[in-house]
Design a protein around this ligand. Structure first.
Ligand code: F6P
Length: 362
């Protein structure tokens, strides 16, 4: 008798574009290559695995979802204790409940799509004896071991478009705009969108800014007849003063701050120091919404097909990755070990400096 391969798909953490394309890639590749396959879709990320809440996914469940934004399975964030556990509000481990669902369904593997936190928590499930294959997804592009993740390019497209639109109104009114972009503690999204949209300053968490450097850029532009300036500011941007503070001091300072986010603090300082009217624009979760761009559809499909290949070959405990033009995979422990920040000597940063973009430190 031929044995059945049973797989459960999980989308976990913050959503992004391309999740459904990746789900489709995994499902189509498995149904197409295996005669005996059962696929389950866990609802709301790890929550479905914890609560035994899932749907059976027939071959047709993977049809018609390529271009859909979000995730048809839903997602959630769990409380993860670094390197130790996934726990509920009372601090009880949720891993035994997840393992019970895994065993009850007789699963051969979990396909887990997620960002940094999810890769780390997937490693805990692997350590607890479950087979896992993971896919890197996030608009932040900060997952270690892969050149990029799906979601990133779509978010860059949206963020670029936002700054393009801001350009026209900034120029009409002669205003300064601070456009705050997502990316958590990494500057990939802001740097890429900032260069693509012709921002005048790009502030990223990896390069602490000095407000006088941005003021200098604005004044220089003014002397050359440009009465407006655009600052692309990462949500995690920090000033040169703040970076000297301890974690505790910096938390206290943020709590006491009258500004809701870093962009408001920068805008206020720029308005006072330059005398120019200044506005803030924050596209926020808009950057994660809507259909994936063609590049993300392609990348997510390739990642999905690679995940299926790993399952067929029983190569578990790996994260699918992009290295140059090649779709490959790396051990999950490696992917889960670090965060991929933007190196300060990255060629893209040099390009920005070469063409005179203010990086906040020059
Ligand atoms: O990690 C993706 C991301 O969109 C970050 O860029 C952002 O800081 C965070 O998630 C927002 O989280 P939430 O969706 O929980 O508000």
């Amino acid at each position: 008798m031929k044995s059945i391969t049973r797989v459960a798909i999980i989308t976990s953490g913050g959503d992004c574009q391309g999740l459904n394309a990746a789900i489709r890639g995994v499902g189509k590749a498995l149904y197409n290559q295996l005669d005996n396959i059962e696929i389950f879709g866990m609802y709301d990320g790890y929550r479905g695995l914890i609560d035994n809440d899932y749907m059976f996914m027939s071959e047709m469940a993977f049809s018609g979802i390529l271009t859909a934004g979000g995730t048809i399975l839903g997602t959630s964030r769990q409380h993860y204790i670094p390197g130790k556990d996934i726990v509920d509000a009372e601090g009880n481990s949720l891993i035994p409940a997840m393992k019970a669902t895994y065993n009850r369904l007789g699963l051969d593997c979990l396909v887990i799509m997620g960002g940094n936190g999810t890769q780390k928590s997937a490693k805990l499930l692997m350590d607890a004896g479950m087979n896992v294959v993971t896919l890197p997804k996030t608009i932040d592009n900060d997952i270690w071991g892969t050149d990029t993740s799906f979601g990133f390019q779509s978010a860059v497209d949206i963020a670029t478009n936002v700054i393009d639109y801001i350009h026209t109104t900034a120029s009409s009114h002669g205003r300064i705009f601070v456009v705050e972009l997502m990316g958590r503690d990494a500057g990939w999204l802001t740097l890429s969108a900032g260069i693509s949209s012709g921002a005048d300053a790009i502030l990223i968490p990896e390069i602490p800014y000095d407000i006088n450097s941005i003021v200098g850029m604005i004044e220089h532009r003014k002397k050359n007849g440009k009465n407006f300036s655009i600052v692309a500011c990462a949500e995690g941007a920090v000033s040169k003063d703040e970076i000297k503070l301890s974690e505790e001091e910096s938390r206290k300072r943020r709590e006491a701050s009258p500004y809701p986010t870093v962009s408001y603090a920068i805008a206020d300082q720029l308005e006072k120091l330059t005398g120019h009217e200044t506005r803030v624009t924050i596209p926020g979760h808009y950057q994660r919404g809507g259909p994936p761009c063609p590049r993300d559809r392609e990348l997510a499909t390739k990642f999905g097909a690679e995940a299926a290949r790993l399952i067929i070959n029983k190569q578990y405990g790996r994260m699918v990755a992009l290295k140059g033009e090649e779709i490959t995979s790396i051990p999950l422990e490696e992917a889960a070990s670090k965060t991929k920040f933007l190196p300060v000597d990255h060629p893209m940063i040099q390009v920005a400096r070469d063409i005179g973009i203010c990086m906040g430190d020059n």
